[in-house]
Design a protein around this ligand. Sequence first.
Ligand code: HEC
Ligand code: HEC
Length: 321
Amino acid sequence: MKRIAKRLLMAVGVLLVTGVGALLVFFYGLHPKLRDAPTVKAPSTPEAIARGKYLAEHVAGCASCHSPVDEAVPGAPYDVARMFAGRVWPGAGLPGQLTASNLTSDPEHGIGAWTDGELLRAMREGVGRDGRALFPIMPYQHLRTLPDDDALAIIAYLRTVPPIAQRLPPTSISFPVSMFVRLAPAPIEGPVPAWGSAPAERGKHLLNVMGCVGCHTPMKAGRPVESMAFAGGMEFQTPYLKVYAANLTPAGIGTYSDAELMAVMREGKGRDGRLLFAMPWTAYAGATDDDLRAVIAALRELTPIENVVPTSKPVTVSSSR
Ligand code: HEC
Ligand code: HEC
C-alpha cells in the first residue's frame, strides 16, 4: 500500500515538473516571437520628414502617448515644449509600472542610439531594443498595417526631434502578466504595401492606426473582446469626470451626421455640445479632411452592435479624506 502511494506521488511529481517545464519553455523559450531587427534606412528628404511629422502627431498617436499630457483638459493635449520626452503611464489597474519611453534623439535617454531597423521592429512588431516584449498598450498590433513608406517616414521625423535628456523609470510589469505579454509580439514577414485609395478601405486602416479601436472596444482580461469591436462602454477616469467611450458602430452613432462626426474629431465637440475628455481630439484636429472623411466612411460600414453606453458622471471625491 505504502509503495503504491509513493509511486503515485512520484508520478504526480514528474507530471508537475514536466508540466511546469513545458510552460517555462513555451513562455520563456519560444516567446516572444521575434526576428533580428531588419536592415533598413529611413529616408531624410524634407517630404518624408513632413509626412512622418504628420503621422506621428496627428494620426498614429506617437506624440499623444509619448509626451507629457494634461488629462484635466478636454482632448488631453500634449505639452508641445516637451514633445516625445516620454510619459509615465497614468491610471490604476495597470499590472506594474508602464513608461511610454523618451522618443527624442537623445542618445542616452531617447532613441538616438537605436538603428532604424530597431525602431521599425519596435513600432510594428512589439520588440524592444533588447529583445523584450513590449506591453501592448503600445499599439504595435494595430501599427502592423502601417505601410513601410509611412513607418520609415515616422522614423525620419523622429530623427529630427531635438534631444531632451529626461530619464524616466523603466517599464516593469508584474508576474504573471509579464509572462503573458510575451505572447503578444509577432514578426512581420515581407513588405507592408501602401493602403488602397478607396476612402472606406483607407478608413478601415485608420480606425486601427488612429487608436479608435483600442479605446472604443471593451476589454476582458487585458484583451479586446472581438465580438464587441467598436461597441464602446469603456470607462475613462479624468480628474473631474468619468467618461465612457461611445459605441462607434451604426447602432451607436448611426444617426450622427458627417458634420457632427467631423466636429467630434476636429473640435472635440460631443453631440450634447460638451467638450470631450480622454479622447485625443486635439491631435486629430490637425488631420487632413481626406483622412477624417475616410474615417467617417469606415465608421458607416462597421457592423452594428447594440451596446448602451453610460453617460458621463462627475468624479465623486470621498468626503472622509
Ligand atoms: C496608446 C499609446 C501609445 C501610442 C499611440 C504609441 N506608443 Fe509607443 N509605447 C507606448 C508605451 C506605453 C510603451 C512602453 C511599452 C513597454 O515598455 O513595454 C511604448 C513603447 C515604445 C517603444 C519602445 C521603447 C523601448 O524603450 O523599448 C517605441 C520605439 C515606441 N513606443 C515608438 C512609438 C511610435 C513611433 C509610435 C507612433 C507610431 C508609438 N510608439 C505610439 C505607448 C504608445
Ligand atoms: C484614448 C482613447 C480614445 C481614442 C484613441 C479615441 N476615442 Fe473616441 N472617445 C473616447 C472617450 C473616452 C469618449 C467619451 C468622452 C466624453 O464623454 O467626454 C469618446 C467619444 C467619442 C465619440 C462620441 C462623441 C459624443 O457625441 O459624445 C465619437 C464619435 C468618437 N469618440 C469617435 C472616435 C474616433 C473616430 C476615434 C479615432 C479617430 C476615436 N474616437 C479615438 C476615447 C477615445
